[in-house]
Design a protein around this ligand. Sequence first.
Ligand code: MTE
Ligand code: HPA
Ligand code: MOS
Length: 765
Amino acid sequence: MSSDLHKPIAHDSAALYVTGAAKFTDDISFPEDGLHIALGLSSVAHGKLVSIDLEEVLKADGVVCCLTAEDIKGKNDASPIFGDDPVFADGLVSYHGQSIFAVVAGSAKQARMAALKAQIVYEELPAILTIDDAIAQNSLLRPPHHKETGDVDRGLLAAPRRLQGRIKIGGQEHFYLEGQAAIALPGEAAEVHLHVSSQHPTEIQHKVAEALGIGFHQVSVQVRRMGGAFGGKESQANLPAIIAALAAVKTGKPAKLVYDRDEDMRVTGKRHDFQISYDVGFNDEGRILALNVAQFLRCGMSFDLSLAIADRAMMHAENAYFIPDMRTTSTLCKTHTPSNTAFRGFGGPQGIMGMERVIDDIAATLGLDPLIVRQRNFYPDKDASDGGKPTPYGQPVTDCIIGQLADKLARDAHYHERRKEIVKWNEGHPILRRGIALTPVKFGISFNKTMLNQAGALVHIYTDGTIHLNHGGTEMGQGLFTKIAQICGDAFGVPIDKVAITPTHTGKVPNSSATAASSGTDLNGMATAAAAETLKARMATYLAAQYQADVARVRFADEKVYVGDEAISFAKAAMMCWQGRISLSATGFYATPDIHWDPDKAKGAPFYYFAYGAAVTEVAVDRLTGENRLLRVDILHDVGRSINPALDRGQIEGGFIQGAGWLTTEELVYGKDGRLQTHAPATYKIPACSDRPAILNIDLFESGGNPAHTIHKSKAVGEPPFMLAASVHSALRHAIEGLAEERMPNLDAPATAEQLLMTLKGMAR
Ligand code: MTE
Ligand code: HPA
Ligand code: MOS
C-alpha cells in the first residue's frame, strides 16, 4: 500500500526552514503604504498612571497616530479567560514592561523612535515581585486550594520514617526564534483579516472582535506557521493581534506589529517559577506511604492560564508513583511581573520536579540507589496483578508501562554498572565529579479542561484527485501538518504529495481550541479521519452503484479505488463522482470520549491516557567553578505506534534539550525595580548546539501501540519528553553528593554554575 503513514518522512517545511524560504508572519509581503506599530511600555512595576503625554510622539517623523486605552471601543482586554489583562494599561500599571500605548508610523524604526518620546508620569506604588513577597503580603490570585486522597495526616503519623524538604524551581523564557507578530488587514465595512503567529487563531478572532466591538463573523484569522511557540503563543499572541487590528481599523490601512527580542522578553509571560515543599512518610524499603506537598507558583499580575497550569502541576505532583495518601496544596501568588503563561508541560514539569526531589531525598536518607526507590514506588504496570491503581485525583492508571520501560532503559544504558563505576571514579577525583540518574515521566494527555478536547477538519477532493486539507490545529515546528497530511493521504490511499497542507483559518474550521496540551495530532488527526470517512463512504456508494459492485468491497489504496473487480485511479474516481453530482467536500469532527472532571470534588478522569518515558543522564561537574556538562543521555520514550518516527524523535530530542536548558543555564533575573534584566540572549542562556550531549541515544519504546483508541494507536509526544530532563538535575545533584556540609545539599533549579558553587559552599539563596 503506497501510504506514507508510520514512515519517517521529513517535515513538510524542512527544506524551506533550512534555506530560509519558509514565510513567517513578518515575511508575508506587506503593502508599501502599510503601517508599523511600536509599543510604549511601563518603566515601573506598579503604579498609578498620573498622565500620558504623547504630544512629542505624535510630532515625530512618520507618525500617523497613537493608540491608548481610550481608542478601544469594545473591551480593553487581552486575557484568555478572566478579563484581567488590559491591552493598554488604564489608570494603573501592574508590571515593568506592560503596554501603555502604541505608536503607528510609516516604518517600524520610526514607530520605535517615536515611542521613546512619550512623557509618562507615574505615582509609584510598592511592588510585590517574588513568591516570598507574595506569601508575606498574602497577595494571592485566589485562596490556596488542595486535592487530597486518603488520610494524609494519619498516614504521615503512622509511617516508620518521615522527612521534609523543598525545592525552588526557576521560570523559563520561551525563546521561540520567531517573536510575537501580527498583521491586520482592514476589510469591507468593519471587517478585519489577520495573519498572526498564534497557537490559538480562534481566541485571536474572539479577542479582536471584542476589542473592536464587532461580531466574531467579522474577523478572520490565518496562521500558516510559527517559528516556535512552546505555549508562549497560546495566550500571549492576543495582545499584538488586538493592537494591530485596532490600528488597521483606526487608519483604514494594513498594520503590523512585530516585537523585537528585548521587547518580547520584557512584555510576555513565561513559565511559572515554583517553590515546592513536602512532608513525606515512608518505610525502610523506601516505599512512600503518605505525602503532603505544597506548591507555590508565581503567576504575575493576572490569571492568564495560571489556574489550569496550577491544576496540571497538582495532577503531576506524584509523577509515576502510586502514593496511597496524598495531599497537594496549590497557592497562586499574584505579583507585579508579567503574567506567567503556558510553557511546554503546562505545570507538569514543576510538579514532577517536586516529586523527583522527594525520591532523591528518600534515597539519600536510606543510602539506596534512587532508581531502586523509584522502582519500588512506580504505579504497577497494566498487566500486573495489582494494575490500575488510582491517581490522587481518582483516575485509574490502566495503561502503565513505566516498570518495563525503566527496566529496559536501565539495561540498555547499563545504568547499574555505570553508577558503580561513577561512584568509584568520584572517590579518586575530588575536582571533576560525575553523576548519573534515571528519572521517569508519566504525563496526562488531554486538555485538563474537558470542554477543550474537540477539533474539526475540512477536506475537499478536486477532480484531478488532489486533496485540500484543513483543520483547526496550528503548525509551530512540531510537524503537526505533516502528520495530519500523512493521516489524510493514508485514508484515501494516496501519497502525501497529493495532499495540500493549507494554513489554519477561522473561516474554514471554526471554534477551534488552541493547539496545545500535546493533543494536536490526537484531536485533528481524528477529525481529519472522520472527514475522510464521510467522503469515502459517499464515493464508495456512488462508485459501487456505477459498477454494480458490493459497497463493502470498495477499497482506497495504491492511488486507486478498487470497486469490485475494477481498479480505477483515484483521480478518475474523483472525476466520476463529480460527474455524478456527488459532493467532494466534507467536514469532520472529533471530541475525546470517556474523559470527565468534577471541579468541585477535584476528582475524575481528565486524561484520555498517559504518555510514558524515561531518561538516563550522565553529567560532569567541575567542583571549583560549578561548570557542568551532559556527557551521555539515553532516552526510551513511548509514542505508541508512531505516525512519523522522524518527527517523534525530533520532538523527544528538542523537548529534552529544552528541559535541560530550563534546569541548568536558563535563568530569569528581575531587578529590585521589577525590570527583567535577562532580556536578550547575551544574558539569557538557552542551550546551544554544543550543549547537546556527545552521546544521545533515543529509542522509541515498542509498546504495541496506545491501548486507548487514538488515531492509528499513536501517542502524543509534544510535551512529555520535556520532563525527561529531570534526570539532568538529579544527576547533577548526584555529582555533588558528599561535597558540601550537608551530604545531599538542596540544589535548586536552574543549576547554573553559580548555583552549584553556592550550593557547595552552603551559600545558596
Ligand atoms: N515543537 C516545536 N518544534 N515547536 C514548538 O513550539 N511546542 C510544544 C510541542 N513541541 C513546540 C513543539 C508544545 S508546548 C506543545 S503543547 C505541542 O508541541 C503542541 O503541538 P502538538 O499538540 O501537535 O504536539
Ligand atoms: N494544556 C495547555 N493548555 C491548556 C490546558 C492544558 O492542559 N488546559 C487548558 N488549557
Ligand atoms: Mo503547550 S504548553 O500545551 O502549548
